[in-house]
Design a protein around this ligand. Structure first.
Ligand code: G3I
Length: 662
């Protein structure tokens, strides 16, 4: 795994096993370039008596790592667990406790100075509700003990990178926000913190969107991000008779693949690496700690590579950056292009475009659109409801489910790559059919809209006499939207039609598809219960694919949005900021792009250009929409004369506009 990873790939190591098990040693040396001691550097084993330190096992790990050119990440200096008896029985005032803390940190850090790249300085200091854990350290030293731990560690080894490590970022927003605030307060107060560790002891039910969110929020601190203790449990219920089935193996593989792909979206300079919490299902803490069968790691109990291992490798090398976890369904507006843009009238061979099983001539997007590791500025439209990015025609003009309830041979399994399919089905034209493309907006925030106007399905009984839908490509964020206009049902018997709806990269597994039961609403909130939900990879043969019938129509404006796993750590892009004097007051307006992950906007006012007061806080829309409009009316300003200074603050962005009230 280390050889293909664009960042350090590691594992926590059980040193007694490293010493006793040659197979373990071989796998550890081959697969990882970063090692974390699972236990031997914790306070209990390394500092068994107040004036006694036990370095042997820890030194063994360091020596092994040096022999195999592997980084060592120290774990952990200050924790509420693995505490030696002499400490839990220690009696002293806060100064004595402070000395115990400082001495332990500085003795251990100095011992490994120059040999360890980094440390988990403090581990698991928060409760899941975001309050500080009532550990022996908090009880005796108060909440600032955490900051002092970092200062003491930095003094002992200024070169070591220092991390705050914890778990639960993916399931507790309160804890995530508490850790985020702690880190931001450390950055404001100059506490020497370099990184955050997300343990990620997750399981088969942990949602991908909550994992993506945890990674995003921690990446937006700007610090190094270490996925420090990754394992994916398959038996959180503790079912003693559960076995490791192919279905569980696939589920685990998909989640390991997702995590690696999501992690890759952290800016490279912040990628401190992914570390699994041990190596194989034989040495995981989970089976012993929870006394249950489980298979959480990429290697099986005899150190053979599992499906999860290959899914990690695929994720490490894949360019695919979309996911069902970041796909959305939302209401919206459908605006027909009218005469805007260009009608698509020629086919790929240069002849007149027909409406049945035909590929258009090469069309321009109007800007560079990044997709699945490639940059496209052209596409080819196929009459059967799909777009092929690039300047080559699809392998066939008639790729669609062959029968009204077909489940094979859609664009998803076709050899073609980089396809967008708002409604891949056997379609044809009507008297008023037209295909059109139109690019609008200013550089950096342009949108390419590709429209199918008044097409119909071809199957008997025909279900729709006129269907209108658009594909929208957004320059900002490489977001893709499918927007549905009016669909006219025929009076024919309502009959199930299977279609494919989604986006695809290099192969079927690299796709995000919308699954819907034919009688389920297009706009129900996404859930299996509502029978409409996004999936990664091809539909199962049993379906549902994207099933429709003429008795259930899309509401005009229904929008399905595909956003990348990209993490925006850049400040929002402010496209415009101005003020106008209106009867109701001074209207302050601003336009933004690139907003994912934004915090609130603060409007500040000053009458002398220096002393600003916040007059309003506006919640950011925080979506991947190309641009966002905001306005605020300063009703109190109208009465004032002279120059009024307005300032817009957000994240670490500052903008100012001076407005002269005549
Ligand atoms: O070394 C003693 C051994 O002398 C004694 O005979 C044996 C019998 O009790 O215990 C051994 O100590 C055990 C130690 O692992 C080494 O095997 C402790 O009882 C046992 O509690 C300890 O468990 C470790 C646990 O942290 C507590 O320190 C797990 O292996 C380790 O995987 C786990 O790791 C933690 C991370 O540090 C922090 N995040 C969560 C993660 C999982 O809990």
């Amino acid at each position: 795994m280390q050889s293909v990873a664009p960042f350090p790939f590691g594992a926590s190591i059980n040193v007694p096993l490293l010493k006793s098990n040659p197979t373990y040693r071989v796998v550890v040396a081959r697969e990882y370039n970063s090692l974390t001691p699972e236990n031997v550097m914790k306070m209990s084993p390394i500092h068994p008596a107040i004036n006694t330190y036990s370095w042997t096992n820890a030194d063994t790990l360091v020596n092994f790592a040096q022999q195999n050119n592997q980084r060592v990440h120290g774990h952990t200096l200050v924790w509420h667990q693995s505490l030696p008896g002499w400490l839990t029985n220690f009696v002293g005032d806060s100064a004595a406790w402070e000395n115990v803390l400082k001495t332990h940190i500085q003795t251990v850090v100095s011992h490994f100075a120059g040999k360890l790249a980094s440390w988990d300085v403090v581990n698991e200091a928060f409760n899941d509700n975001g309050t500080l854990r009532s550990s022996i350290w908090l009880q005796h030293l108060g909440p600032d003990y955490i900051a002092r731990c970092f200062q003491y560690a930095h003094e002992a080894d200024p070169a070591a990178l220092l991390f705050y490590n914890d778990y639960g970022h993916e399931y507790s927003t309160a804890k995530l926000n508490a850790i985020d605030s702690l880190i931001r307060s450390f950055l404001q107060n100059g506490v020497p913190v370099n990184g955050v560790g997300l343990q990620m002891h997750i399981n088969k039910n942990t949602s991908n969107s909550s994992i993506a969110n945890a990674i995003k929020v921690m990446a937006q601190t700007g610090l190094k991000v270490h996925m420090s203790e990754l394992d994916i449990a398959l038996n959180p219920e503790g079912n003693q008779s559960l076995t490791f089935t192919p279905a569980l193996s696939q589920l685990q593989a998909d989640k390991y693949n997702f995590i690696v792909r999501a992690y890759k979206n952290i800016p490279a300079a912040q990628q401190y690496g992914i570390t699994t919490w041990n190596v194989s299902d034989a040495d995981t803490w989970i089976t012993t700690n929870y006394s249950r069968p489980d298979w959480p790691l990429p290697f099986d109990s005899v150190y053979q590579k599992k499906q999860a291992y290959y899914a990690i490798i695929e994720g490490l090398t894949s360019k695919w950056n979309y996911d069902a976890a970041t796909a959305q369904s939302t209401s919206g507006t459908y605006t027909d292009l009218g005469n805007n843009g260009t009608a698509i009238t020629a086919n790929f061979t240069g002849a007149a475009m027909t409406f049945d099983n035909d590929n258009s001539s090469i069309q321009n997007i109007g800007f560079n659109f990044n997709y699945n590791g490639s940059t496209y500025n052209q596409f080819v439209l196929n009459t059967n409801g799909f777009i092929k990015l690039g300047a080559t025609a699809p392998s066939s003009a008639s790729i669609f489910y062959p029968t009204y309830n077909g489940n094979t041979n859609s664009v998803i399994t076709a050899p073609d790559v980089d396809l967008l399919y708002p409604y891949n089905h056997d379609l044809t034209g009507t008297a008023t059919t037209e295909y059109r493309v139109y690019t609008s907006g200013s550089p950096g925030a342009r949108v390419c809209t590709i429209q199918y106007r008044n097409v119909a399905d071809k199957l008997a009984p025909e279900q729709y006499s006129n269907m209108n839908f658009q594909v929208k490509l957004y320059e900002a964020g490489n977001t893709i939207e499918f927007v549905y206009g009016s669909w006219a049902p025929t009076a024919n018997t309502s009959t199930l039609i299977t279609a494919a709806l989604g986006i695809k990269g290099s192969y079927a597994n690299n796709s995000v598809n919308l699954s819907k039961g034919s009688s389920n609403s297009w706009s129900a909130s996404l859930s299996t219960a509502n029978g409409i939900y996004f999936i990664n990879g091809d539909y199962s043969a049993a379906g549902p694919q994207f099933n429709t019938r003429n008795s259930v129509l899309p509401e005009v404006g229904r929008t399905y949005r595909f956003t990348t796993l990209a993490i925006n750590t850049l400040p929002v892009t402010l496209l415009d900021f101005y003020a106008i004097n209106k009867k109701t007051g001074i209207v302050i307006t601003w336009l933004t792009a690139n907003e994912a992950g934004s915090k609130n906007f603060e409007i500040q006012r000053s009458l002398n250009g220096t002393d600003f007061t916040t007059i309003s806080t506006i919640t950011a829309k925080d979506n991947s929409q190309a641009t966002n409009n905001y306005s605020f009316i300063d009703e109190n300003a109208a009465a004032r004369k002279g120059t009024i200074y307005y300032r817009l603050k957000q994240n670490d962005m500052d903008a100012e506009v001076n407005f002269r009230v005549l």
